[in-house]
Design a protein around this ligand. Sequence first.
Ligand code: CA
Length: 227
Amino acid sequence: MPLHILIVEDEPSIADTLIYACQSEQMLATHVTLGQLALDCLKQQPFDTILLDIGLPDMTGFEVCRQLRRFCATPVIFLTARDHEVDRIMGLEIGADDYVPKPFSPREVIARIKAIQRRLHPENTPAVAGLQLDELASRIYYHQHLLQLTRYEYLLLKTLIQQPHRVFSRTALMDTIWQSAEETMERTVDTHIKTLRNKLRELSLKQALHSQEMIVTHRGMGYSLLP
Ligand code: CA
């Protein structure tokens, strides 16, 4: 099912940009120019996300948000020309989920929509070798079971998941993950790989999951998640 986005924006050029951006991501876009029309639309059918302009001809986006929250929980992203702290706080206090200050790039808006959807439906992000990354919550699941990881174990596994076929040298991993640490040795990487493997193995045994050797060692080169 494609995501269905409600765009509430009276500026035609901005609306067109947003519609185009949504469509190029295989999302459906419905566009209205008035707050009241947005409320009517929401009463008639469900949407996945609402992009809501603050300066609308008939009422403010804040008022639209206040009213729609009485009957619908769809995530709201405010589009705001006034990049004031007050607007931001007001926006988030009346039940908005995020905001993007104008001018924005369509890519940024799409990224926000996707981030909200990931937060709502972390199960929809693709799993790699049974591992599912929930970046917003800084969590990793292994076959739907939450892994209890330390900060560095999390960062290490996240790095491997994000480029599962890439062979990371120890130096590359140290530079990416331990960049702020005072003293790191190549051994540190090996130690964390070992504890990670143990945790994955333990969870596999405990949950009777199909066990495979996770994290591949490439002799003299480094590590990768997948062979
Ligand atoms: Ca406007």
